[in-house]
Design a protein around this ligand. Structure first.
Ligand code: F6R
Length: 610
């Protein structure tokens, strides 16, 4: 949520900041702004709306300079307008900063600052920080001391980049709960909330930890804690290529990412399957292997799409490992004081690795003394670093706000985990080999499922004006129904609900009439006959049924309005295939309705506020 990029070096800063902002736009896009320091003067330009609006605003401005900071905003405090757009300044205009996160005690701080004569111009929590630094600076301390003293007063979360006329050769950065990465160049350095903003310039980065600050200059950087203890940071290499964060000819990132899935599913499994032994190997779990294999209960905690993957995980872990599993939204888990024993395992699932609720749930689980493993996409993210051990899903950067490829990779990784645990328990080598063999066919089957695109587009055309959709599934396809409904509502703004199919008759059936499209995942699995009965119930009430069916199954052709045939696989792997036409359906409906698929209203990638 929100994006930060900053640069200090010898190049013209504006193109670097604008390029960084465009790469970060998926994180927030209600307003944007830049602050550039040139010959002792700071110029601030802000605009409401997308980066393109800021670009237009900048066209009429001759702005040059070799250092600056920029921000793209997802509003929390104060409506999205030009005044509330970052950067924000203190009274004198000498201290200018951009901020991600939430200053929870900003009201109290503002009151105190107003009583000391500060005048505020925005409705944001961020402005408080600029005034607070200037307040401490007035007391005769060094600028760095004032910066650290101000941070010590703040409750809440922040990723901050700040420039000041008082020290025009430095960018001050700080992190608590909101990611910041420092890009290390030659004669130039960068700061960003997300490595994708700076990867065009450098692959060498350091990740700040909570409670750390960095002061960067052209020549280098200093890192310390906010209590002034120097910390030595390791320079790490970003492993993904620039092409992976570009659209590669697709009209939207979401469509590109949907089509990447044959590769990303293969990448999630690459080098991790041992076919002869019918087992999976996950190197990142080595330090906690004993606790993973012997856990007497597993909690899975996550948000949104990752939570839905967790539900699929619950079904497979319980079925094959015979270990009780509880799946819970991270926002609930973190506050409800769950009963966690020492011999339990907590699995946190997250694409971004930065989701505030998931991070807090992870910390809560660690506080209770249990082992926490991560299933994470973004390498080096906060959650990846804070877990005791974990598995990267290797889906590559996911830019589309609606999560697609992360889901299939998460389910693939959960299957690996299941295999690994189950083979130390009751699962035979033969059964393990059979699952491994089937897993190896998944990339091809995903590619096959993508061929439903034309059929799905026609269905989208017919149903695009409907106001409500119901999604039904049973067993492993129940979480797929939830995920399909989430995809539709978040990018097309059509109300959609996912239900376990049999639950329909306990309420939602009242909604069904000829105007209600019902998407049913009715692949040939152990629940097939039951779901056919549920379809009959919908048709008896004149509902319109779109059924995702197994290739070669023509039994439903006469009963339903549309069928979307997809390849069959084993029950536990089916979600990886079944979700594909539902992602495509949501995509095409949204495009046909003229929605901005990659930047749906009110949403942002990576929810770093609670
Ligand atoms: C839905 C979506 C969100 C995320 C959720 C968790 O398409 O993108 O529901 O799944 O915000 O995000 P991560 O997985 O980054 O923790």
């Amino acid at each position: 949520m929100c994006g930060i990029v900053g640069y200090i070096g010898n190049k013209d800063v504006l193109p670097i900041l604008m390029d960084g902002l465009k790469r970060l736009e998926y994180r927030g896009y209600d307003s944007a702004g830049v602050a550039i320091l040139d010959e002792g003067k700071i110029k601030v330009i802000k605009q409401v709306g997308k980066i393109a609006a800021l670009e237009t605003e900048l066209n009429g401005n001759s702005t040059s300079g070799k250092m600056g900071i920029a921000h793209t905003r997802w509003a929390t405090h104060g409506e999205p307008n030009q005044v509330n757009a970052h950067p924000h300044t203190d009274e004198s205009g000498n201290i200018i900063l951009v901020h991600n996160g939430i200053i929870e005690n900003y009201n109290a701080l503002k009151k105190m600052l107003v009583s000391k004569g500060h005048t505020f111009h925005t409705d944001t929590d961020t402005e408080t920080v600029a005034h607070l630094i200037s307040e401490f600076f007035q007391n005769g301390t060094s600028f760095e001391e004032a910066f650290r003293a101000a941070l010590n007063e703040i409750d809440g979360t922040y990723g901050i980049a700040m420039i000041t006329k008082h020290e025009p050769e430095k960018i001050y950065c700080a992190r608590k709960g909101s990611p910041l990465v420092i890009g290390v160049g030659e004669g130039e350095n960068f700061v960003a909330s997300d490595a994708s903003a700076i990867i065009a310039h450098t692959r060498n980065v350091i990740y700040l930890e909570d409670g750390e600050i960095a002061i960067i200059s052209r020549e280098g950087f200093v890192t310390k804690t906010i209590d002034n203890k120097t910390v030595t940071k390791r320079i790490e290499k970003i492993s993904f290529d620039l092409e992976r964060i570009e659209k590669a000819g697709y009209p939207h990132f979401m469509l590109k990412e949907i089509h990447e899935q044959p590769d990303t599913v293969a990448d999630a499994m690459r080098g991790r399957l041992i076919e002869e032994e019918g087992v999976a190997k996950l190197g990142g779990l080595t330090p906690i292997l004993h606790n993973v294999l012997r856990a007497r209960k597993i909690f899975i905690t996550a948000c949104g799409t990752s939570y839905h993957a967790g539900l699929v995980g619950e079904y497979m872990l319980e079925q094959y490992c015979r270990v009780p599993v509880e799946v819970e939204y991270a926002s609930e888990f973190r506050y409800r004081d769950p009963i966690i024993e020492d011999d339990n395992l907590v699995v946190v699932i997250t694409q971004s690795g930065e989701t505030a609720d998931t991070l807090a749930a992870l910390r809560e689980a660690k506080r209770k003394g249990t082992t926490v493993m991560g299933l994470v996409n973004v390498v080096g993210s906060s959650i990846a670093r804070e877990t005791h051990g974990g598995t990267y899903i290797h889906a590559g950067p996911e830019i589309g706000v609606a999560s697609t490829k992360a889901f299939t990779s998460q389910v693939a990784a959960l299957t690996l985990l299941t295999l690994m645990i189950a083979r130390t328990k009751a699962m035979s080598a033969e059964e393990g080999r059979s699952i491994v063999k089937e897993m190896k066919t998944l990339p091809e089957k995903v590619a096959q499922a993508l061929k439903t695109d034309e059929t799905v587009k026609k269905i989208a055309e017919e149903f695009k004006e409907k106001r409500n959709f119901l999604y039904l599934g049973r067993g492993y396809n129940y979480p797929v129904a939830l995920e399909g409904a989430l995809k539709l509502k978040e990018i097309s703004y059509i109300h959609a609900e996912g239900y376990p199919a049999a639950e329909m008759k306990h309420g939602p059936i009242a909604l069904i009439d000829e105007d209600m499209p019902v998407v049913v995942i009715a692949t040939r699995d152990s629940t097939y006959e039951k779901i056919v009965s549920n379809i009959e119930e919908v048709k008896a009430r004149k509902g319109r049924v779109i059924a995702v069916v197994s290739e070669g199954d023509d039994k439903l052709d006469k009963l339903v309005d549309y069928t979307i045939p997809i390849p069959m696989t084993r029950d536990l792997l089916q979600p990886i295939i079944s979700i594909i036409p539902l992602q495509l359906l949501a995509y095409h409906i949204a495009v046909l309705r003229g929605c901005d698929v990659d930047q749906p209203r009110n949403l942002a990638k990576s929810v770093t506020v609670e």
